[in-house]
Every structure is written in C-alpha cells, then in structure tokens.
Design a protein. Sequence first.
Length: 367
Amino acid sequence: MTTSVVPVNSLARHIAPLKAALSADAARVIDSGHYVLGPGVAEFERTFAAYCGASDCIGVANGTDALELALKSVGVGVGSRVVVVANAAMYGTTAVLACGATPIFVDVDSEGALIEPTLLAEALATGDIKAVIVTHLYGRLAHIDQIVELCRSRGVAIVEDCAQAHGARSSGRAAGSFGDVAAFSFYPTKNLGALGDGGAIVTSSAEIGQRARQLRQYGWTAKYTNTHVGGRNSRLDEIQARMLLTMLPMLDGWNARRRDIANRYSNGIQNSGITVPAPADERYVAHLYVVHSDRRDALRAHLEGLGVQTDIHYPVPDHRQPCHQGAYDHIQLPVTEKLATTALTLPCFPELTDEEVERVIDACNQF
Ligand SMILES: *Cc1c(COP(=O)(O)O)cnc(C)c1O
C-alpha cells in the first residue's frame, strides 16, 4: 500500500509549471517602475471583463473588498437591508456589515447548498430589500434565472459572488454576467488565483463601473477630491495583474479538469452512507467537491486513516458566528444548519492524478 497522502489542495503543484512565466512577469513589472494601477492592471481589467462577457472590470485588493464596494456601488449604505446566505464563510455577511447594512439571511436548497428561490421570494415580499448577494457556492451557478426574474421585477440589485465560480457558464453566459454587478476573488486557492491577494468587480453598467472605480481609490472623482462616502484604498497590484494575465488562458482547461475529477467522484463513489452531488455540466467549475454524510466526522477520520486529506466548508453558519454576540440567535435556517454538520470536502484540484482520484474513491467506498 502506498503511504503518500492525497492532499486536499496543492498550490505547489499548481504553480510549479508556471514558475518561469510568473518570474518573467514579476521581472517585467520590477523593470517597468509602475507598481500600482499601471498598464498591467488596465490590460487585465479589459481581458477579464471580456472573459466574463461584461463591459467593465475594476481590479481591487481582494474578494471581500470586491463584495463591499460592489454593494456600495449599487447604493447599499447604512441601514440598507441585503439578502445573503449564511453558508459561505461570512464573506458576504462581512461585506454587508462593512457597509453598515443589515444582513437578511435566507436558507439554501439541500442539493446544491444554493440560495432557495422560493425563500428569497418570501424575503423580497417583506419589502425594503436593497440588494441580494447571490453566492455561486463551491463553483456551482445558483438558480440565477429565477433569481434575476424575482429581483428585476422588484428593482432589487443583484450582486453575484463569483469568488468560487470563475468561468462557470450557462447557455454560453459566464458567472458575473447575470446580475447588476459581480465580485471575484483571486486568492491563491481560487480557480483563478494570484500569488497574493487580489479581487475584481465586474459589471456591464457604466454607472456602477464608474462608481466602483472611484470607491476603490478613496472615493476620488479627481485626484485629491474625495467625493463619495464609503471610498477607501483597495487596489490590485500590478505584479498580480500580470500574473493573472498569464494564467487566465489556462482557466478553462483547469476548470475542465476539476469538473472531470468531480464527475469521476460522483460516478465512482457508491456508498449508502455518503451523498454525492449529481454529475455536472458547465454550470459547475468544481472549486470545491463537497459530499455529505450523517457520520461526517467518522468519515473524515476514516479517510485520514487511509491518507486522504479532507476539509469542511464550512463548519459554522454566519448567523451563529460569535462576532454577532447573539444578535441572530432567534434566526433558524434548518438546511444551512444541517449541512454544516454533514459537509465534507474531498481533494479536488487540477493537478490531482487519476491514481489519486481512484484512491479517494476506493477509500470512500470502504467506509
Ligand atoms: C474566497 C471568497 C471570498 C473572499 O475573497 P477574499 O479574496 O479572500 O477576500 C468571497 N466569497 C466567497 C464565496 C469566497 O470563497
């Protein structure tokens, strides 16, 4: 029996073949003398907007800032009510709170762990909702057509959280092109990841794009003229932009390999104690491959014993986080709360070998 561990992710494997190209990118920026909001950022913004099928992209410092500034650019401010799921590691909720707005938590469906449109409709019926954050969790497109229809007729802004879903598509349209504005993260482990922090706001509204562009740089409308409330410094580094430009042409290939691994798992894992997602098409880019088990902790220990690393995405729902000091204790989200106890993430990244995938399948089937 082989004793090597199957890692849940490996950035070292992912980046190793790119070392020469990324080093050249860094050297080019170092030599250029232009390190913040230079030509590399401008080129990345044009290229990534086109990749998403949107007209504008604004590079920012990270994905959480992208969410916050996207919310502000559609008019969310102090006292606004914003719908958000509670199963996405506090990113959306953190952004809502940073705007001085109130999170309105809505439960998810039990198959995809995505915001449940019928419950969203109930929340919207209470009126006074300014925006909805639609999280394409684990790299799977949410029920976006229904959501767009619900929100458009009520004038509610749609902010897509695409931090796990770069390149997920439906009917030829990509994540980030369905709502009013979208937020992306380029944290190193994302499907498109930099070698540090990075993020982007994507939109096809000239007005939202201009506002986001001003908010990421102190709320300036001209140099040293701070016009907008809520502005701050959140810029994408030139070095990261150049590296992202080098990696973007590989994204669809990486996503295809991730999806291939996910579908091998979904077809190969056959165990009545483990629920796997159905095999998926281009709507899912397999950022995370998550199974469910009522004996999750035992499954996790079993896999660890066979050298298969796992993780939990995510163990504590947003409305139960200690930072709220009990403010949301009265809120119940049965599906969200249940899934937090059953979810287990298996290794899924483009450089995983077929042999490792088989080892994971075998280990699950031996549970
Ligand atoms: C990673 C992530 C973010 C935040 O991105 P950062 O760059 O780490 O701030 C937001 N939403 C989701 C769903 C994420 O996975």
